[in-house]
Design a protein around this ligand. Sequence first.
Ligand code: DLZ
Length: 156
Amino acid sequence: MSSANHPSYDINKLPVSKGKRFALVVSEWNEKITKSLQEGAKKLLIEAGVNSKDIEDFFVPGSFELIHGCKIVSESLEFDAVIAIGSLIRGETDHFEFVAQAVANGIADLNANGKTPVIFCVLTDDDIQQSIDRSGGQYGNKGTEAAIAAIKMSNF
Ligand code: DLZ
């Protein structure tokens, strides 16, 4: 199921992905959610023709560390696109806005200044139910959408 906001896609109309290399940088906070996002992204990449050996997973402790993790991975120039995967839930941190803003700004900086596109797949939800709904639940899987963006940007 696709989300209400994302245009529907035809897997056969995505740019050629065979031979492209993708990195998934995954935050371990709210692991159940980030694992579902990671699985959704990986499934789409493979459906689109990416070889599983060309998808590499990297793990960081929390969403804040996605900035450094993605910087190291993207600067290696070994990948055609990087997907930053995290889950911030408002109820669990007083610093929600600060961390969310920092991660968004950090990933934006990497995109503005680096050569490798870094896709933003960080859920910022009010509660765990919203996160479940968007990571394979009733609103689809944002990991899938991030993988589509990664494929498109890898061909930019
Ligand atoms: C500390 C913290 C809290 C309270 N909540 C979350 C969260 O909901 N999602 C997330 O990805 N990370 C959280 N963190 C951890 C921070 O991202 C970071 O790992 C720590 O502040 C250490 O830098």
